[in-house]
Design a protein around this ligand. Structure first.
Ligand code: FUB
Length: 321
């Protein structure tokens, strides 16, 4: 199957991809050589800006770099680490949702607005009220916009319970329920939550909620939502077991039932993706660290075709040759 490195001359990761006006727009994290030693907190991912890219054929077409669309220095409330973002369109305006640590080193999710998909995106003065953790992904249906988010370890999800900050972070033990990703509908203004974020429940095939010890299936980070044949596919990374998996539900809030692996481990610690249908084909955008010689903080964006079986299950893709 054809696989392509989309942006061979720069380190880009965590693709968010959408079709706007007939073109595919790609909004990745922009990896840099930070010089910060690798640790479980992800301090080595010290990204400072985003670029936007577009193409009319992800496997063979020209990929245009529209240049820098947002810089951490222009975000009034930001401290460091611009991680995985996403972009949504509403009424001709484009809203970028980005996680960045504030000046106290706490992740929140901010919004920046543009008049066209290629930016530039102008950040709002403050982050979304009540937002926390990382990896926002937006799914739109019937004019409702849902944000999926969260990430454990360096993504700080374990610092919250019922949307309130805990005094001490809490990572469940092996036999306790795994931490859940979050979902919240956005308000009409696109810059607030319309509701308190809810837990997105993932069940195993026996109908039991996943436990923290089930490290090959439980959620870690990198939420994405897409629809196929009327079903809702929530996909995510299992982090320290390095798998991209998916779970299926019958509405945007779930519950979702775990189905299987989309992508086996790639070269590099993180795995992260976007799934998009474009011109009648389905694509998986992801990243690996082959071009940087395995330096896990310098990732390169890839794309390949994603295929389904007749029963709507996803055919697993190999992350390494
Ligand atoms: O790029 C920084 C972080 O690494 C992302 O937010 C995670 O999903 C992982 O890919």
């Amino acid at each position: 199957m054809t696989t392509r490195y989309l942006i061979p001359n720069a380190y880009m990761a965590d693709a968010a991809v959408h079709e706007f006006g007939g073109r595919l727009y790609i909004y990745p994290s922009h990896d840099v050589e930070s010089g910060i030693p690798e640790n479980d907190n992800g301090d080595h991912f010290d990204m400072r800006d985003y670029h936007a890219f577009s193409t009319d054929d992800p496997l063979t077409g020209e990929v245009i770099d529209h240049g820098k669309v947002l810089d951490v220095q222009d975000i009034a409330w930001a401290g460091r680490q611009l991680w995985d973002c996403d972009v949504a369109e509403k009424d001709g305006q484009y809203y970028m949702y980005f996680p960045v640590k504030d000046k106290n080193d706490v992740f929140h999710i901010g919004v920046a607005i543009a008049q066209q998909p290629e930016g530039p995106f102008i950040p709002l003065e403050n982050h979304i009220r009540g937002s926390y953790s990382i990896d926002p992904a937006i799914f739109c249906e019937n004019k409702n916009y849902y944000m999926y988010f969260g990430g454990i370890w360096g993504g700080q999800l374990q610092r919250y319970r019922n949307n309130k900050a805990l005094e001490k972070p809490f990572l469940p033990k092996k036999n306790e329920l795994a931490l859940c990703p979050k979902v919240a509908r956005l308000a009409d203004n696109m810059t607030d939550f319309a509701e308190e974020p809810r837990d997105l429940i993932i069940l195993d095939k026996a109908g039991k909620q996943l436990t923290a010890g089930n490290r090959r299936q439980r959620f870690f980070e990198a939420s994405w939502m897409h629809k196929y044949n009327g079903k809702y596919y929530f996909s995510y990374s299992t982090g320290d077991t390095h798998l991209l998996c998916y779970a299926i539900g019958d509405n945007p809030y779930g519950p979702f039932t775990y189905q299987g692996v989309i992508l086996t481990p790639v070269e590099g610690w993180t795995t992260h993706h976007a799934i998009v249908k474009y011109k009648r084909k389905n694509y998986l955008f992801y990243h690996d660290c082959v071009p940087s010689g395995g330096r896990t903080w310098l990732r390169s964006l890839k794309v390949t075709e994603l295929k389904y079986r007749d029963d709507d299950s996803i055919i697993t893709i190999k992350g390494k040759k």
